[in-house]
Write a protein that binds this ligand. Structure first.
Ligand SMILES: [Zn+2]
Ligand SMILES: [Zn+2]
Length: 261
């Protein structure tokens, strides 16, 4: 491969919260828009890339890398140094590289984004009412990460094999779920389960409706969410509230409305 004499090659290292926030897809799109070749990958301490092409594209890339970074990214440092042009013909997302002893910042879990909420509520969408809907802009991160670099095999999602539809979203650089590690749907992802105090399954066609009915009946339900359990009961039922306080060893208060003058 011959290399044009006006070609510039830069090796760039970005540190901060740059994994699990759609950073590699962003770099991929940016490089493609600027008609640059090269590669990007996650490392144990951040994101590393090489870009190759003419000026002013390389300078524009460096500027836009910081100005247009994904909303959830937090860039602490960008280090760029020249390297010999490789004559690459396209831009690739490479496999992550692991280096023992290196650390980095981890993204927190992020609340469901407006685009995912719209899908969740759309009866014709394949994720209609699917509680684990997420994308590159939202969803679990810290809770599911078991190791860095942040890739699906290093998360608790590794046991869920994506269905063909989810996989094609994951592989499409123009899709909102491109490399979204927790990507899931009702066909291939986790599902809601209701179990009793002994951990045995409670038979029901709709665990959500059943939970709602149990709460109305005065039961206490532990709802497992991102990062922990939420204890729920009917707050208007003195019996349910007192039972929860008793189990949690909290002070049981009896409120009386004073009629004294
Ligand atoms: Zn989303
Ligand atoms: Zn799926």
């Amino acid at each position: 491969m011959t290399v044009d004499s006006g070609t510039i090659c830069l090796k760039i290292q970005v540190l901060g919260i740059v994994q699990g926030v759609g950073f590699r897809p962003f770099v991929y799109r940016l490089a493609t828009e600027e008609k640059l070749t090269g590669w990007v990958r996650n490392t144990s301490e951040g994101v590393q890339m090489e870009i190759e092409g003419p000026e002013p594209s390389t300078s524009a890339f460096l500027r836009r890398l910081q100005e247009e970074a994904p909303a959830l990214a937090l860039i602490n440092e960008v280090a760029a140094e020249p390297c010999p042009p490789r004559g690459a013909t396209l831009f690739q997302i490479r496999d992550s590289s692991f280096e023992y002893g290196k650390g980095q910042l981890v993204s927190p879990d992020v609340a469901t984004c407006p685009a995912c909420l719209a899908e969740l509520m759309a009866p014709t969408n394949r994720r209609y009412r699917y509680p684990f809907t997420n994308c590159t802009n939202c969803g679990p991160r810290f809770t599911i990460i078991t190791d860095m670099p942040y890739d699906r095999p290093s998360t608790t999602m590794q046991s869920f094999t994506m269905c063909p539809e989810c996989q094609s979203e994951y592989d499409d650089p123009l899709d909102r779920r491109f490399h979204a590690q927790p990507n899931a749907c009702p066909v291939c992802g986790p599902s809601l389960n209701l179990v009793d105090a002994q951990g045995l399954p409670v038979a029901s066609a709709d665990p959500l409706a059943k939970t709602s009915a149990l709460l109305t009946d005065g039961a206490i339900v532990a709802i497992k969410g991102l990062g922990g359990f939420l204890l729920a009961c009917d707050a208007t039922s003195p019996q349910a509230v007192n039972l929860l306080r008793h189990r949690k060893h909290r002070l049981i208060l009896t409120l009386r409305v004073s009629t004294a003058r």
